[in-house]
Structure formats: C-alpha cells, structure tokens
Design a protein around this ligand. Structure first.
Ligand SMILES: C[S@@+](CC[C@H](N)C(=O)[O-])C[C@H]1O[C@@H](n2cnc3c(N)ncnc32)[C@H](O)[C@@H]1O
Length: 215
C-alpha cells in the first residue's frame, strides 16, 4: 500500500491549481506541463492495444490519452484523486492500484506515468519495472515522466537555487522523496533489455521512453 495516500487525498481538490497555476513554489516543476502530457501521448500513439496509466492523479494525462484513444485504463491509489479523475472522465476505468499492483488480467501494450514514479524507492522501482515488464506485450513501451537529475552536481546546484528562491516545501520534497539520477534509472531499463530514449522537458522533468526487447 503506497505511503503517500494521505498526502494526495488532502491535495486532490487543489492539485489542478498547483499544476496549472502560475503563483506557487512548484511552477518550474510543472513548466510545460501540457507539452509533457502531449509528448507522452505522442510517444504511445502507435499502440493500439490497452494503455495503462499509473498514478493518474486528477486525470490530466488520462484525458489527453482518452481524447486520442478509448482503450486507456487508469490506476490510482488515492481515493480522493480517483474521485476527481472519475468526475472528469466518467467513461474511463480508473482503478485502485499502484506501481506494484495492477488489477488487469490481460497483456498491456503501453504503460505511462507522469510525476509519480518518484514515490517509490530505488529498490521498489526495480521491482516495479520487473512487474510491469511481466504485464507488457513484446515490443510494448513504458514511458515515464518525472524529476530526474543528470548528475549529482546538477542536483546540488538545483537545490541551492531552490533554497535561494525560498521554495522550502519543494526543497523538502526533493530531499525526502526518491528522485533518481538519470543513469541509475536507465540502468534498470538496461537490465531488462529495454532500449530507451530521453527527453528533457524543463529544469526538473525528463521523459524516459523505453521499448521492451529493443536492446
Ligand atoms: C504528483 S501526482 C501526479 C498526478 C498526475 N500523474 C499528473 O501528472 O499530474 C502523483 C500521483 O501518484 C500517486 N502515487 C503515489 N504513490 C504511488 C504508487 N506507489 N503507485 C502509483 N501511484 C502513486 C499519487 O496518489 C498521486 O495521484
């Protein structure tokens, strides 16, 4: 059971103000948010089978995907987040689950996620990718957008910059949640024989697009 449910149950009602707002500590984290969601949906536009999104939150990426294709299923552990996503998308299945528990019993063509993978420790990420791999068709794709750092030096400089801007909540998140170095995340995909490409979307967020069996 994910540890962050209470936080997201409480954040659910104001979450969209944070991601679309222009006056809060997280503005730079969510810079180009709409482009990030579009980029992810473009990355899976060649997939015609089931697409699963994990950690849908209020359903913003789910909506972009649904507007292109109807065979999208959302997974979200927070009850309050699921409620809001369901209100936006009454025709989409938004199921209770998480990165290590997807209640779907057929093979999946693509798995996507935005701003959620950092809730898992590195060990849980490894276990999760092994689990997701077992659910994915050959040539299936995993696309993950999240804060990732290109080097320890980059991370340290970014933390100094955030501190100088007095964004103390953001600073605390970056220090206490499980944000990885790009190389460390890529290593997990390599271990599973995935080929991958990377794209930087803003100061914080990168997208990894990984193809099963492509290495
Ligand atoms: C910052 S929100 C991102 C929401 C949405 N994907 C977006 O891009 O706006 C993180 C979401 O991940 C969910 N989450 C937290 N831990 C999770 C886990 N272990 N598995 C799946 N989702 C998780 C939270 O409940 C929350 O809805």
């Amino acid at each position: 059971m994910p540890n962050f449910n209470k936080l997201f149950d409480e954040w659910a009602k104001s979450y969209d103000e944070t991601v679309y707002g222009t006056n809060n500590e997280y503005v730079e984290v969510f810079e180009n948010y709409k482009d990030i969601l579009k980029y992810i949906s473009d990355e899976v536009s060649d997939k015609n089978g089931t697409i699963v999104e994990i950690g849908v939150g209020t359903g913003n990426l789910t909506k972009v995907l649904y507007e292109k294709k109807s065979n999208i299923v959302g997974i979200e552990p927070s009850k309050e987040m699921r409620k809001i996503a369901k209100e936006k998308l009454p025709n989409v299945d938004i199921l209770d689950g998480h990165f290590l528990s997807i209640p779907i019993n057929k093979k999946i063509d693509a798995i996507v996620s935005s701003y959620a993978f950092h809730h898992l420790t590195y060990y849980e990420k490894k276990k999760s990718l092994e689990y997701l791999d077992s659910k994915l068709n050959n040539n299936g794709k995993i696309v993950i957008a999240d804060t990732m750092f290109e080097s320890i030096e980059y991370k340290e400089n970014l933390l100094k910059y955030i501190e100088s801007n007095k964004c103390f909540n953001l600073l605390n998140d970056l220090r206490t949640e499980y944000y990885e170095l790009l190389d460390d995340l890529c290593a997990l995909f390599k271990e599973l024989n995935y080929s991958y490409s990377l794209k930087k979307m803003n100061k914080f967020v990168w997208v990894i697009s990984a193809i099963k069996g492509g290495y």
